[in-house]
Write a protein that binds this ligand. Structure first.
Ligand code: ATP
Ligand code: MG
Length: 253
């Protein structure tokens, strides 16, 4: 199994976490977590509650570590922020009532005036064949459509690092294919968490988190295979213990 990487280099343009601690209530989720994240595509996998979203929230500054430091690379081009995040739950991300206003917010964040931002947002949507979405109320869109709007608002904001937290979760198959293509084409660094391993299996680096610790860290194909093998083993052990607990003569029935 690929060994966890536990050293951070000192390069100023590399996203780094140094001796991070994060407390969740009484639980110490991260304890001296150190990661140097330089690869262009990094996947994060692991069970529910392993800490994937928490890690992303720390990186984008939504939460502060109780100890340690997050070092961000330099800001993106044209006033763009160093990092931006697509939330696991789209309804935690969007702020404005309509799609065009939400996208315009990403552009005002880059220094455009509101009217100009609205015009550009409409043009950008139209160029993507989504002109009919411009005045739609985000609340009236389906879950997958709202997730797509969140991706669009991140894409148009163009931060230097894209944090994508379960971005495929609500998308239909065509939507997943489109997002895969767009992620592949994005010039930025991409950090992506997912339970759908096919989306990160070909990534140069995947990190398997387990209860806030790095269980494995290495090429996507190897780390995904190691995680799948362990999940299978857990399922077999569970089945064995159910069989053992079953009344005599009923086991395996
Ligand atoms: N706001 C919070 N307050 C207290 N505990 C929290 C909070 N958010 C998350 N946690 C806890 O922190 C741990 C890590 O949660 P996190 O959401 O980071 O996991 P995850 O790997 O993203 O899981 P999932 O695959 O379900 O999205 C879990 O035990 C969770 O219950
Ligand atoms: Mg999560």
């Amino acid at each position: 199994m690929p060994a966890p990487t536990n050293t951070a280099t000192a390069s100023p343009d590399v996203l780094q976490l140094q001796d991070i601690a994060l407390r969740r209530g009484t639980q110490l989720l991260f304890d001296k977590l150190t990661l140097s994240l330089s690869e262009r595509r990094i996947g994060f996998i692991g069970d529910n509650g392993a800490g994937k979203s928490s890690l992303f929230r720390l990186i984008c500054g939504l939460e502060q570590p109780s100890a340690g430091q997050v070092h961000l690379p330099t800001a993106g081009a044209d006033g763009a922020r160093p990092v931006g995040m697509m939330f696991q739950n789209p309804d935690e991300q969007w702020i404005f009532p309509t799609v065009e206003e939400e996208l315009a917010l990403s552009l005002t964040g880059r220094g455009l005036r509101r009217q100009e931002a609205l015009v550009q947002a409409r043009q950008w949507l139209a160029a993507r064949g989504l002109g009919h979405w411009a005045e739609r109320a985000i609340a009236s869109l389906s879950q997958g459509q709202r997730q797509h709007v969140c991706w669009l608002s991140l894409l148009i904001a163009a931060p230097a690092v894209l944090l994508l937290d379960e971005p495929f979760a609500s998308l239909d198959l065509p939507g997943q294919q489109l997002l895969r293509q767009e992620i592949a084409q994005a010039p930025q660094q991409v950090l992506l968490s997912t339970h759908q391993l096919s989306h990160v299996r070909d990534f140069e680096r995947v990190i398997w988190l387990e209860a806030g610790r790095v269980r494995a860290d290495g090429p996507g194909a190897e780390v995904c295979a190691a995680y799948e093998a362990e999940v299978l083993q857990r399922a077999q052990e569970r089945r064995l213990s159910i069989d053992e607990a079953a009344p005599a003569g009923k086991a395996g029935a």
